[in-house]
Design a protein around this ligand. Sequence first.
Ligand code: ATP
Length: 312
Amino acid sequence: MITVYIIETEDLTKVYGDITAVDGLNLRVKKGIVYGFLGPNGAGKTTTIMMLLGLVQPTKGRAFVNGINVQENPVEVKKISGLMPAEGGLYPNLSAIDNLLYFAKFYHIPRKEAEKKAKELLALVGLKDRANTKVGNFSTGMKQRLLLAQALINDPEVIFLDEPTSGLDPKGAVEMRNLIKALKNEGKTIFFSSHILPEVEEVSDEIGIISKGKLLISGSQKEIKKKFTKGMHIITVETREPVEITDLGFEVFEWRKIDENRIVVYAAEDIREELHGKLEGEGYTIIDIHLHEPSLEEVFMELVYGYGGERK
Ligand code: ATP
């Protein structure tokens, strides 16, 4: 089977009692990209990652990593995957290098090779000088970087990062994002969950938005915005005078006032010229008229919470 997608799920579902944590997920992630899995708290991000790694059994559906059926061959999937968990995963009484060496045992990596790899990884994540420091004395940023090093010990093809910048200060978050980019440049596929929009926007080639266990939209940022606007042209107009007209005189999907001097128009075509002419004809002075591209934040807020702020 030729695999275009390194991660693929079919109707992947997890039910805990009366909570459907993941609800009929159909994910497709291309090889070698950074995929940002974006969702509010409790959306089902961690549960999805756990199912993709065979650490949680789905109630229904199937998951494939590099064409391997995760539920049938969890060991094979673990061999080619790395996980940076959202919490836990380190031994505070062990040094940084001993944490890595201990972890390497699970992959049966020979001691000499493991030592070499651990040193390389500590250098990669900027902890070379702290190799022998007990992890209990590490800052959150250092722990996160060590967790990333740990996720890379088996030289995985796919790396799952569960909220990798959680608890990091701005500098730490920048460093983590740079590491994600560096890993991508090495040809790795990175699947990372987050609820931090600018971060996902910056590093992701493709994004999936999940809420209440359901994938609401997925694709490149351009595709997502196109899907979101359904090919509509969103035009905002700012006038010097307060807008008082009630009829635009054009067939549009919708239009409304945003504030006293601004309207937004949803139209099938780019009708900026017509709008300009119409409003000037009505005696308005146009200060600004432009096609509006929704931000990821707007897409997220609308899809997840709806206009009124109510959670859908
Ligand atoms: P966060 O951003 O807060 O980490 P998340 O998107 O990772 O959230 P999950 O941790 O996957 O979301 O949780 C999804 C839903 O499933 C939540 O309602 C959570 O309470 C529930 N859930 C997760 N694990 C379990 C479990 N082991 N038993 C019962 N319910 C669970």
